[in-house]
Ligand binder design. Structure first.
Ligand SMILES: Cc1cc2nc3c(=O)[nH]c(=O)nc-3n(C[C@H](O)[C@H](O)[C@H](O)COP(=O)(O)OP(=O)(O)OC[C@H]3O[C@@H](n4cnc5c(N)ncnc54)[C@H](O)[C@@H]3O)c2cc1C
Length: 318
């Protein structure tokens, strides 16, 4: 982007969004790992329509954009992110009855765990697994988030998605091509393409006694507290390889407690990399590189990152 283009774009965003738009904004505070450099341009949107307007403008001006939900499944590089980062706070939620079930339409910036709690309070079941899962509906729709035997695939009826150069259209559950922590949108990550954007999702819920739902969610929360560390992290760093648990492999490789700079591999759960002493993104990168290499050397298993690396990353060839 040349200086002239960037000045014009900055002016356009300022005109449309006023103080919701900033230049050179630190991102660490918007990520669960609390690391990462600044966004060249940063915008907060509060409605799905604003989200769509913003990506349409960015796309028209050929400005790379990145949608930031809860920042709980990404690692932002220390040098930050080129282009526009859009923090999604579009949180409108509606419920409608359809025969035996209830359909919830949630804007993509809605916090998933809060939505799950809201549903439980209304006596609507299906999202209890999501209580305590950080992030937004949009992030969960993209990554097919799940826990305790449930996942987004089990609830998503349809998703309204903005397609670059085409506009918004509705995807059915089948069109999302869900698999373990995967979807058609997740597969766009890491590719040099204009990505699709989730505006809202329709989730199917089933009426059930609120106290039964609460008890279920509380049991999941207790289990989560017993098995996962608190503090700043990206959650699970690696996906579970076929027939293995990533945490078990890292633990068996003897890496629990390993520290690089301000980050360490959790003693409680070895697939969690915790920032407890003002870590840099590079500290965490060194840790996961060590874990990946050790697990490959000791078990011949090449683990895939669950966390997405965002911004500029340079890897040494081995
Ligand atoms: C402590 C902890 C525990 C966790 N436990 C679980 C768990 O039990 N199960 C589980 O599945 N995950 C878990 N996670 C991971 C994380 O919570 C999920 O992956 C979550 O769904 C990510 O949502 P997010 O809004 O934070 O996404 P972000 O991290 O903000 O973004 C992730 C990706 O989704 C994209 N994205 C986000 N919103 C949109 C949108 N509207 N349109 C298009 N793309 C979008 C981003 O651009 C990015 O590529 C955990 C994480 C932490 C830190």
């Amino acid at each position: 982007m040349n200086v002239k283009t960037s000045l014009r774009v900055v002016e356009q965003f300022r005109e449309l969004f006023g103080e919701q738009f900033q230049v050179n904004a630190p991102l660490a505070r918007y990520t669960s790992a609390r690391v990462g450099g600044p966004a060249e341009m940063f915008l907060v949107v509060n409605q799905a329509l604003e989200l769509q307007t913003a990506v349409e403008l960015a796309y028209a001006q050929r400005i790379p954009y990145f949608i930031l939900g809860g920042g709980s499944n990404i690692l932002v590089s220390d040098t930050g992110v080129h282009g526009l980062v859009i923090l999604n706070k579009a949180r409108t939620v509606r419920f409608r009855h359809t025969g035996a079930s209830v359909v919830c339409t949630a804007e993509s910036g809605m916090n998933l765990s809060s939505l799950a709690r809201q549903c439980i309070g209304k006596g609507l079941g299906g999202l209890e697994w999501a209580v305590g899962v950080p992030g937004t509906v949009g992030g969960a729709v993209v990554g097919n988030s799940g826990a305790h035997g449930g996942d987004m695939n089990g609830s998503v009826l349809a998703v309204t998605i903005w397609e670059p150069g085409r506009g918004a259209r509705i995807y059915t559950n089948e069109e999302m091509q869900y698999a373990y922590r995967d979807s058609v949108l997740k597969r766009e990550q890491g590719k040099d393409i204009w990505r699709r954007v989730v505006l809202s999702a329709e989730l199917e819920l089933k009426p059930e006694a609120a106290d039964v739902l609460t008890a279920r969610a509380d049991a999941f929360t207790t289990h989560r507290k017993q098995t996962q560390p608190g503090g700043a992290s990206c959650g699970s760093m690696f996906k579970n390889p076929k027939n293995y648990y990533a945490g078990y492999l890292i633990e068996t490789a003897g890496l629990k407690g390993l520290r690089v700079g301000g980050a360490h591999i959790s003693e409680k759960h070895a697939n969690f990399f915790v920032n407890d002493e003002a870590a840099t993104a590079e500290d965490i990168r060194s840790l996961f590189a060590e874990a990946w290499n050790s697990v490959r050397e000791q078990f011949g298993v090449e683990m895939d990152l669950e966390v997405e690396l965002v911004g500029d990353w340079h890897f040494e060839e081995r």
